[in-house]
Design a protein around this ligand. Structure first.
Ligand code: URA
Length: 434
């Protein structure tokens, strides 16, 4: 088999066999197939997509590239949550402790920032000392003890996805339904879970810009789960503006802390509670979803979710005090305000541009080897629908270097649309696919 022939066939829209997909993925994981050929294959896939059979094979081969965890010795129903990627989307850090505080076991294997979107691992690692490189034994032990552990995708879990994820990030091949579905489901199905809640983002700041595509992505992932006998539910949620106010790793951790202490933004709190409720329901803690919603709210309100998060931070080497004393988190050295050019209503905040600006200041990567700057990002002062005056602050950029700052500021300025009329309110939770 020759890699170039498979690239040509994919480029021509032909269906590849399981053996051919195995050859490609295993060859890339072992380093026999170079980045440039895999990049060409990914770009061909981006344009021609995959058949259902190819998606199943791609997912299975990536999952089998590492260990498939058995968590049978950890008591309880294991439920995870995963987002397809958004801007300011820090719900995992809120709904995981809520669900765990309710008695669900949450084995959370997360990813890093991808394109203009943030990653749970990068956010967690902005907490001083926090380690995401747990061994599988440590992961299991913490799950048994605390019911929640966060882990990076080690070489043991779907290593093929780990390598492809980094390559996709820097080759413009992220926004593909089949590549996203296989990436997410290969690592999630390797986690040894019983059920999964997916947050499929749609809108300007999401990889899926149209609801019809988000629905196809959700259906593809739910289908993979069903084939592997797992309960999977997907919410399709709005990502036309950043979720909450904070974008950037340490800034988002601060907002997580506020939200877990009942002082978070309304949109972030609402979505986190709904995702937690679905985890609690799928985790069989309650028999109805309405009961699960009540349990989720109780666990947030009585402080047990926040206590759970702090315990997990401490168990993973992080400093839990930094969640109350933000000066202990990485802090930016400079701040620039972006002002409204006129009075009116904020009719849109283009989330992708806010995410790109934040990444440009150092919160994301533009090359595989780039190191994240945990301190930088953007804090919105207003959200869509709010009234502003000429010269009032729309948002603040937090930076540690002036390199790229002007470009980031231009992008952010452009991201805000100010109009004369109050825009219609958008629904946050648009659909459920199960
Ligand atoms: N999250 C993932 O894990 N993979 C993707 O491709 C996109 C979001």
């Amino acid at each position: 088999m020759r890699t170039v022939d498979l690239i040509l066939r994919k480029r021509g829209g032909e269906e590849l066999s399981v053996d051919e997909i195995q050859y490609l993925i295993n060859g890339y994981t072992t380093g026999e197939i170079p980045d440039y050929q895999m990049s060409a294959f990914l770009m061909a896939t981006y344009f021609t997509g995959m058949t259902d059979r190819e998606l199943s094979s791609f997912t299975d081969v990536m999952m089998a590239s590492g260990e498939v965890l058995s968590l049978g010795d950890v008591p309880g129903v294991k439920v995870d949550k995963h987002s397809t990627g958004g801007v300011g989307d820090k719900t995992s850090l809120i709904c995981a402790p809520i669900a765990a505080a309710a008695g669900v076991v949450v084995p959370m294997i997360s990813g890093r920032s991808l394109g203009h979107t943030g990653g749970t691992l990068d956010k967690l690692e902005s907490i001083p000392g926090f380690r995401t490189d747990l061994t599988l034994d440590q992961f299991r032990a913490q799950l048994s003890q605390l019911g929640l552990a966060f882990m990076g995708q080690s070489e043991e879990i779907a290593p093929a996805d780990k390598r492809l994820y980094v390559l996709r990030d820097v080759t413009g091949t992220v926004e593909s339904i089949s590549l996203i579905a296989s990436s997410i489901m290969s690592k999630k199905m390797a986690e040894g879970l019983d059920a999964l809640v997916l947050d499929v983002k749609v809108g300007d700041g999401a990889f899926m810009k149209k609801q019809v595509d988000a629905r196809r992505l959700a259906a593809a992932m739910v289908g993979v789960g069903r084939r592997l006998d797992k309960r999977v539910q997907a919410l399709i949620t709005d990502m036309h503006q950043p979720l909450g106010y904070a974008v950037g790793n340490a800034l988002e951790v601060m907002e997580v802390s506020q939200t877990l202490q009942k002082a978070g933004p309304a949109d972030l709190t609402r979505l986190s509670l709904e995702l937690s409720a679905r985890m609690i329901h799928l985790g069989k803690v309650t028999s109805t979803l309405d009961e699960a919603r009540k349990v989720a709210e109780d666990k947030l309100m009585d402080g047990s979710a926040y206590r759970k998060f702090k315990q997990v931070v401490e168990a993973q080497g992080g400093n839990p005090q930094s969640l109350d004393r933000f000066e202990l988190l990485p802090n930016a050295t400079g701040m620039r305000e972006i002002l409204s050019p006129r009075a009116g209503f904020v009719s849109a905040i283009k989330a992708e541009d806010i995410g790109r600006a934040s990444a440009m200041m150092g919160a994301g990567r533009s090359r595989k080897e780039d190191v994240i700057d945990p301190a930088v990002g953007v804090i919105l002062e207003v959200k869509a629908g709010e009234k502003v005056e000429s010269g009032s602050v729309l948002c603040r950029l937090y930076y540690t270097s002036e390199e790229n700052l002007d470009e980031a500021a231009d992008l952010v300025e452009d991201a805000f649309r100010i109009s004369g009329a109050r825009p219609e309110e958008r629904e946050l939770i648009l659909e459920v696919v199960s």
